[in-house]
Ligand binder design. Structure first.
Ligand SMILES: [Zn+2]
Length: 111
């Protein structure tokens, strides 16, 4: 087994990311082995180590299928549709109002 490349903290090359950084981009290591490690020297203790994965081998956390996108779009549309006037308000209907602002405050929007 090859020794892992070790990089200094904050000097990681492009194309590598920690598990947390992958997660922030909606990715996961996807079964790949650790590709490299970062070390941050600390006084009196062993270095702080972070494991790096190759971004190109990472997989999406939840692959979005067309059906999932459609369900998501439908849910978003439903959340924007006013139950009072039945129109797409263009924003999520506030649960405190239970209807679009135009329906909740007809006088103010007419003025
Ligand atoms: Zn309305």
């Amino acid at each position: 087994m090859e020794a892992l490349p070790v990089f200094r903290w904050r000097l990681a090359p492009d194309g590598y990311a920690t598990r947390r950084q992958l997660r922030a981009r909606g990715l996961r290591p996807g079964g790949q082995d650790v590709a490299a490690q970062l070390e941050r020297p600390r006084r009196r203790r062993g270095p702080l180590v972070a494991y790096l994965y190759r971004v190109e081998d990472a997989k999406p956390v939840r692959p979005m299928t067309p059906a999932k996108w459609a369900a998501l779009a439908k849910a978003n549309t439903a959340r924007r549709t006013c139950p009072e006037c039945g129109r797409d308000a263009g924003y999520v209907i506030p649960t405190s109002l239970g209807m679009c602002v135009t329906c909740a405050y007809p006088d103010e929007s007419a003025a």
